[in-house]
Design a protein around this ligand. Structure first.
Ligand code: UD1
Length: 311
């Protein structure tokens, strides 16, 4: 069993990753500044003797260095981030600090303490608005937001350091992750979290466009498993891989699942497509399969059902 440090542990993906690590018998130190993460996401983890949460900001100098030297993890799963693309546009300096500088501190601390592995939360946003689908990792990285740029810069920084520092790096390019604990607060939150909240409140959802746009929606449980595999399975080599299902799901498909659960809620309203919205996004999952032996297992329908039934 391993000691794993999870940054952003109180966040959506971080809390599920933490739960899965604990269930696997690992010891976890979580760190989170609780800016967008919530302590309540860790309700179950906080009851475990194998878990401790430190409230701190990993983008501040010295924080990672101190935590890694004290805890001496075998791996760091670095998920702490500014997660909103919109916010990266409105506050690029904050995006730089939380999405690049923090990664630099993770790499420095891991190098100094001989940490063996870093798993990094990258994003399909680094591909920009490519229409060459499904997207493989060889596709040109052409981010179109400060968020995507920062994720790409972090990947490059970690990969460039890996050999000299002696750590293995796994960069996970997540596609559209969804599931329990995803925050629906902003209009730019993940569409499924927004739809879930609206149906729970008995209110109709708004579809921007005709609803035929598709995304590669992946369950947060699969994403958490990809993180745990990358951090704990022996003999994994440095690299970058899409974390996706390879299946396209339209918004109309999503709405029909909700509608079946909520027959009394009025049907969707349609509004003009959002400016800059891409119509289709789909990843190729092959590299994660060959390099990590990881494959998404949860179907969108099953994961949606679980989300809808969750408390
Ligand atoms: C994702 C990012 C977004 C970023 C884009 C490009 C998330 C949650 N969103 O957007 O910030 O700019 O990648 O990197 O990570 N929709 C509705 N009704 C709603 C909300 C959304 O119809 O109430 C539509 C959107 O217009 C879009 C689709 O649902 O067509 C999916 O939206 P979203 O969940 O934001 O994901 P991306 O578009 O992939």
């Amino acid at each position: 069993m391993a000691k794993i440090l999870v940054t952003g542990a109180a966040g959506f993906i971080g809390s599920h990753t933490t739960d899965l690590l604990i269930a696997g018998g690992h010891t976890v130190l979580g760190v989170d500044n609780l800016r967008t993460g919530r302590r309540s996401n860790l309700e179950r983890a906080l009851r475990s003797p194998s878990f401790r949460l430190t409230e701190a900001d990993v983008s501040e100098p010295g924080v990672m260095a101190a935590l890694v030297s004290e805890f001496r993890p075998g791996a760091v799963i670095h998920l702490a981030a500014l997660v909103s693309v919109q916010e990266s546009i409105s506050d690029p300096a904050l995006n730089q600090r939380l999405n690049v500088t923090a990664t630099q501190f993770v790499a420095d601390a891991a190098a100094a303490q001989g940490t063996k592995r870093i798993v990094f939360a990258s994003s399909a946003a680094i591909y920009g608005d490519t229409t060459d689908l499904p997207i493989a990792e060889e596709s040109a990285a052409q981010p179109i937001s400060p968020y995507g740029e920062a994720k790409l810069a972090s990947e490059q920084l970690l990969l460039a350091r890996s050999e000299a520092a002696g750590f293995t790096v796994r960069c996970h390019r997540y596609f559209n992750v969804f599931g329990p604990r995803q925050d629906p607060a902003s209009p730019y939150s993940g569409v499924i979290s927004i739809f879930d909240r609206r149906y729970r409140d008995g209110k109709p959802v708004t579809i921007f466009g005709d609803g035929r746009q598709t995304r590669d929606f992946i369950s947060v449980h699969d994403v958490a498993r990809a993180n745990v595999v990358a951090a704990t399975v022996p003999n994994i080599t440095t690299g970058t891989a899409n974390i996706c299902t390879g299946q396209a799901t339209s918004l109309l498909d999503i709405v029909s699942v909700f509608a079946a659960y909520y027959p009394k809620v009025a049907g969707p309203r349609f509004a003009p497509a959002r400016a800059g919205d891409i119509i289709h996004s789909l990843g190729r999952p092959d590299r994660a399969r060959s390099e990590l032996n990881f494959e998404a297992k949860v179907s969108v329908a099953d994961a949606l059902g679980e989300l809808i039934r969750s408390g």
